[in-house]
Design a binder for this molecule. Structure first.
Ligand SMILES: [Zn+2]
Length: 66
């Protein structure tokens, strides 16, 4: 089981940024690192310019699209 600090951080990130570290870790455990990285790359790639989307701001770092 994850420790309390991670659980709190996880709750905060889920509310604020729509992501969960614990879910990410479970996914890595179940499906493997390759599948996880492929999913994360798809999730955080800008559909407009192919740039990286910032998890904290929810927008592309290259073209600033939300
Ligand atoms: Zn972009």
């Amino acid at each position: 089981m994850p420790c309390n600090r991670l659980k709190k951080l996880d709750t905060r990130y889920r509310k604020k940024y729509g992501m969960s570290m614990i879910e990410n870790l479970t996914e890595i455990k179940e499906k493997g690192m390759d599948s996880f990285i492929a999913n994360q790359t798809a999730k955080y790639t800008c559909p407009t310019c192919g740039g990286l989307i910032c998890v904290h701001r929810g927008r592309c770092l290259t073209c600033k699209k939300e």
